[in-house]
Design a protein around this ligand. Structure first.
Ligand code: CAA
Length: 404
């Protein structure tokens, strides 16, 4: 993984030049129901401005039972597979903290649903919201060693805190899929980055719980401490090079958190640089503000949002990405936009995904929220929540999940 000890080398070609490795394609999915947070504020007797500006969220995605992480992950990946030679995929990683099985990797279900070949490693990774970055860095290292192969990384999660809980307004659901390859069309990843890991109890979900537990304010403090620590370490190693940084992205559990991360660096940045990063931050939160927290995928949804909503970005622009996973692991890494990166994005598809969603009433949200999958081995046939999604969980039968 690209960390402090990384030697900074990419794949070499025959002439000894470095061959870039990075994100070749990206796509995402979110379920087609949402709750407007003004409706939630009214129901919880909270000033709507608290949610809109205090938390920085407008809407949250509400998944029906048939859109679990496997279905959402497959739906995201389906959007990028057109024209991809899937026989070259040698590694499939599902990053999630909403796992459906203690033993079998959700990647195996996704592999089957998408009809991928068997000549690959298919695994699942967990470290809270950092899992997507762990998957991406492992995938990049894999491609550096096996330049003829590609890797598919899917970050899929359902953020669930419970009705009337402190975190309720920061719930969400969705998945981001990334194809990692040499000579990527979207973003080259710099091999050097800075990581931090330390055991803290800011947010967790015991195996027996269906809802996350968080020491909310403490988790914000740990997040900001990590931003500070990692930024200084990166600066000390000459990695930030902020004068030329086009954008700085953050893990977005709710948009105010990323904003706090950026603001915490204000005094250390030249005012013009800070103004540029702030302007681009606004473009990076357009999608997340309406989807909510998608844990492992949230940083990457922010990247897609930035690229889709900021027409001023161009080839060669360098972007910093701060990844944070409670528990806690954080990493600051950097990528450079590649020529023609816009041609591999699907901003129109994103618009259809977001604008085609159905608004739920508060009662509708609470009804969906209170539904659960059977745990007694009986057969449960699930209603189709999203008529446009190609993949879904159709039933449970003798404790096994059946997808279509
Ligand atoms: N108008 C405008 N703003 C208002 C307001 C109003 N009427 N009323 C309150 N606010 C502001 C507050 O001043 C506060 O702002 P600051 O954070 O800038 O101080 C903000 O709204 C939040 O209000 P509270 O301080 O009252 O906080 P809360 O009790 O509502 O809890 C929370 C907020 C801690 C984030 C809670 O939602 C939570 O526990 N969320 C889950 C945990 C989480 O997401 N942690 C983030 C870091 S961990 C991580 O990143 C990993 C991950 O994905 C979970």
């Amino acid at each position: 993984m690209g960390g402090d000890s990384d030697n900074g080398m990419d794949v070499m070609n025959e002439t000894g030049a470095q061959v870039p490795v990075g994100i070749d394609r990206m796509a995402w999915y979110t379920p087609n129901h949402f709750l407007d947070l003004d409706d939630l504020a009214r129901a919880r007797d909270v000033d709507p401005d608290k949610y809109r500006t205090g938390i920085g969220q407008r809407r949250m995605a509400v998944p029906t039972l048939d859109q679990d992480i496997v279905a959402m992950g497959a739906n995201a990946a389906q959007r990028l597979l057109d024209g991809v030679d899937t026989r070259r995929i040698g590694l499939l990683i599902m990053a999630t903290e909403s796992g459906i099985d203690q033993s079998k990797a959700s990647a195996l279900f996704v592999q089957e649903i998408l009809g991928l070949g068997h000549d690959m490693r298919a695994i699942e990774i967990k470290e809270a919201c950092y899992g997507g970055t762990a998957g991406l860095q492992i995938a990049a290292d894999y491609v550096r060693v096996h330049p003829g192969r590609t890797a598919l990384v899917i970050a899929a999660d359902i953020a669930r805190y419970g009705l009337r809980s402190g975190g309720e307004v920061t719930q969400g659901a969705g998945a981001v899929a990334m194809l990692v390859a040499r000579s990527p069309r979207l973003m080259r990843l710099e091999p050097e980055s800075v990581c931090r890991s330390m055991s803290v109890g800011d947010f967790w979900r015991p195996n027996y719980a269906t809802e996350a537990m968080a020491k909310g304010k403490y988790s914000e403090q740990v997040y900001l401490r990590m931003v500070d620590d990692i930024w200084h370490a990166s600066k000390g190693r000459g990695l930030t090079r902020e004068e030329g940084l086009a954008a700085l992205l953050f893990h977005i559990p709710f948009t105010k958190m990323g904003r706090k991360g950026l603001r915490s660096l204000e005094t250390q940045l030249d005012p013009d640089v800070y103004a540029r990063l702030t302007r681009r931050f606004e473009a990076a939160i357009v999608y997340g503000r309406d989807v909510g927290n998608i844990y492992t995928g949230s940083l990457y949804l922010s990247l897609i949002s930035l690229l889709a909503n900021d027409p001023t970005l161009g080839e060669g622009n360098r972007i910093g990405l701060f990844s944070y996973g409670s528990g806690a692991v954080a990493e600051l890494f950097f990528g450079v936009l590649q020529p023609g990166f816009r041609s591999v994005l699907d901003a129109e598809g994103d618009r259809v995904l977001l604008e085609g969603r159905q608004r739920l009433s508060l009662e509708g949200y609470e009804t969906i929220f209170s539904r659960s999958l059977v745990t007694d081995g009986s057969t449960q046939v699930l209603e189709q929540g999203d008529p446009h999604a190609p993949h879904r969980l159709v039933r449970l039968e003798r404790h096994e999940r059946v997808y279509r």
